[in-house]
Design a protein around this ligand. Structure first.
Ligand code: MN
Ligand code: MN
Length: 453
């Protein structure tokens, strides 16, 4: 059994870990939607010399080895490239994470009034245990697009502001109404309880509409809006020993952040290095901003074109010859729920980045099963750099399972394996990770981007 990494770390290394995780916690606290994560990535990319692809195309610029370029898809999906010395047809080194997380989305017509309250109706996004989202402070993050195309950023509930939330039933009245029975349609956010005395009817809704009006928002604007209710508050150190991080959206922003930081460290790679941050993973990777869309393939074609290497056959070869880490979290063995884990084969917090050769469920169904030839190359690369990793599965056989973007990228014929940080409380409003695993993930992605074959 692998040792707890804190045993190997000296004071110097612990300082590096702390420093890295301090920035990580800031990132988590300030970026709670996929759009916020894309803006963050773009800002970091610009500061590190990445150029927007769209602009390069317009100006008919050429790209060469060592150049850095990024492309944004609908503000919810972003891809960054550092052009390698080798031809694209030799394949790329891709690390792909997702930046969407489970949450409650406001409906297109969310406002209504009931029993002297104004409420906001939601439709949950991704796999949640519904009762966990009641009785806790929620923030609202999103955008409203006015009819004339003006974009209003909308954030309420952070920085000592007011918060909103969903009420829960008191235990005294819970007979026959178990908390697990919270229904999707019951996830209604309480927005207010004060009447607009001037209004003739719907006084409570009217009061909230007036508040919104002061911010330039009309009721109909919610139709052209994306507003997500997320846990309010900051990511924090977790544990009396401060060895862990608790924060919202660590599935999969822990891998997104570490990948992003790793590509910033990547200079003049042999193979073109790619950081791919996608949306919609939690609902099946569908839609224009999920990995099932053509955006990634199209963007690779555009970048190859600017490098003077584009033709259809070269594009096919580039994708097929690529290596990919599908950087997504996995379940860490939880001492409170040992019944569902096999501690011998499952991931542990503080034992390094976790590699799942396959995911899927009930006989590996739906799994991308990584090739041992590819895994052997990775072992060689990571062992040389002394990156700490663990070879794992997610839970006992036939206990359940899950999927990632791995199998979707594998359709190009490339080598893909899942590699990410183990998490406790996955998909809960607050998820827990180990600081040393976060740091080892960062180190792993740096080494992966350097891989020569
Ligand atoms: Mn995930
Ligand atoms: Mn997930």
């Amino acid at each position: 059994m692998k040792t707890n990494l804190w045993e190997n770390y000296d004071g110097e290394k612990e300082k590096e870990v702390e420093e890295f995780c301090k920035s990580y916690k800031e990132f988590l606290s300030n970026n709670k939607t996929e759009r916020e994560c894309v803006s963050f990535a773009v800002k970091m990319a610009e500061e590190n010399g990445f150029k927007p692809l769209e602009k390069l195309i317009k100006e008919n610029k050429k790209l060469k080895a060592g150049d850095k370029v990024y492309a944004v898809n609908m503000d919810k999906n972003v891809v960054l490239f550092v052009v390698g010395k080798r031809p694209f047809a030799d394949g790329l080194n891709i690390v792909g994470a997702h930046i969407d997380s489970p949450r409650l989305d406001l409906k297109a017509k969310p406002l209504y009034e009931c029993q002297g309250f104004c409420l906001l109706d939601t439709h949950y996004y991704g796999g949640i245990k519904k009762y966990q989202w009641t009785a806790c402070p929620l923030a609202l993050h999103g955008v409203i697009i006015k009819k004339d195309g003006t974009k209003l950023d909308f954030v309420v509930g952070e920085n000592d502001d007011c918060v909103v939330g969903i009420s829960d039933l008191l235990p005294h009245l819970e007979r026959g109404e178990k908390k697990e029975n919270v229904k999707g349609e019951d996830l209604n956010i309480i927005a207010g309880n004060k009447p607009d005395t001037k209004a003739k009817e719907s006084k409570f809704k009217s009061f909230i509409l007036n508040v919104l009006k002061q911010n330039g928002i009309e009721e109909e604007d919610f139709f052209s809006a994306e507003i997500e209710a997320v846990p309010a508050g900051k990511a924090r150190d977790f544990g009396l020993d401060k060895s862990m991080v608790i924060g919202y959206g660590q599935d999969d922003r822990v891998c997104a952040y570490t990948t992003l930081r790793a590509i910033m460290e990547t200079k003049n790679p042999e193979k073109t290095a790619v950081c791919l941050l996608v949306d919609k993973e939690e609902i099946g990777s569908v839609g224009a901003t999920g990995i099932h869309s053509k955006f990634f393939e199209n963007t690779v074609a555009e970048v190859m074109n600017l490098c003077g290497q584009y033709n259809e056959l070269n594009l096919r070869r580039a994708l097929q010859n690529s290596n990919m880490l599908s950087s997504d979290v996995t379940a860490g063995v939880d001492p409170n729920y040992l019944a569902v884990f096999n501690p011998e084969t499952d991931a542990h917090l503080a034992k390094g980045i976790s590699f799942n050769k396959f995911t899927g469920s009930y006989g590996k169904a739906g799994a991308n099963d990584a090739n041992p030839e590819f895994i052997a190359k990775l072992r060689n690369c990571l062992d040389k750099a002394k990156v700490c990793y663990q070879a794992t599965e997610m839970g006992k056989v036939d206990q359940g399972g899950g999927g990632t973007i791995a199998y979707i990228m594998a359709k190009f014929g490339m080598n893909v394996i899942d590699a990410g940080v183990p998490v406790l409380n996955m998909h809960a409003p607050w998820e827990i990770t180990s600081k040393v695993d976060i740091y080892e993930a960062f180190r792993c992605y740096i080494e992966f981007f350097k891989m020569k074959n």
